[in-house]
Design a protein around this ligand. Sequence first.
Ligand code: SAM
Length: 257
Amino acid sequence: MRYYVLTLFPDMIQEAMRHSILGRAQEDGKIKLETVNIRDFSHNKQMHVDDAPYGGGAGMVMQAPPVYEAWESVVSRIGHKVPVVFMTPAGKVFNQQKAKELSVYPELIFLCGHYEGIDQRVIDEIVTEEISIGDYVLTGGELPALVVMDAVSRMVPGVLGNETSAIDESFSGMYLEYPQYTRPPEFHGQAVPEVLLSGHHENIRKWRLEQSMRITEAKRPELLKPELMSKEELKLYRKLQQEKEEANKKEANKKEL
Ligand code: SAM
């Protein structure tokens, strides 16, 4: 996977991508990262790339020509067009499914806005996809681009040491991940669940599935889709529904008393 990031703050991107799994993935050549400083394409001596909005209003707007030329510097060098992801609070909200979709491309360009945003004309001309990382407004697109690159990179073959870890975890299937434990076996009087020490793989698998379903039911019930469940999952799901109904009845009885 090759990322090109068009930004006013290249150091922010480079620094954050230098560490841990993403740093190692770059050393191993699984990921290549190139940042392009939009300011290098400024048209004035002061190196400004923003101006006041037409029609008035607060703040400044990033100008179209430097953004366009930063993008052009990439596509003219590599000789072909690449999907351009504009990070914007007005985009479609990012999720694991979108990370998977983006991970199939060999190359991606990220465009990071700043100030009040970017002149619409260049967005219309070069952007292929608009992505938001949530319903809140940040000062710039760098953190959002990093969030997306992090999630996408984990889907790139060979980036995670253990390929199964991306399959098991939250949002990869229908369920949130089961709780994890490591040494020591006892912490502040709390022991690790017995089954995890048993070495019985089938019992551990069943226990993890049940925990995943319980956690999903408690925290994100809308993720549970009975119509997509296996027989085993459906049986567990019904058990959880029954438990819930019984708990609700008990609660209602308590209130009546
Ligand atoms: N005036 C813009 C609006 O109301 O949509 C907000 C501009 S914001 C201060 C500056 C830049 O930060 C945006 O151009 C975008 O690149 C980035 N940004 C801010 N919040 C974001 C979010 N939730 N998701 C993705 N990008 C975001």
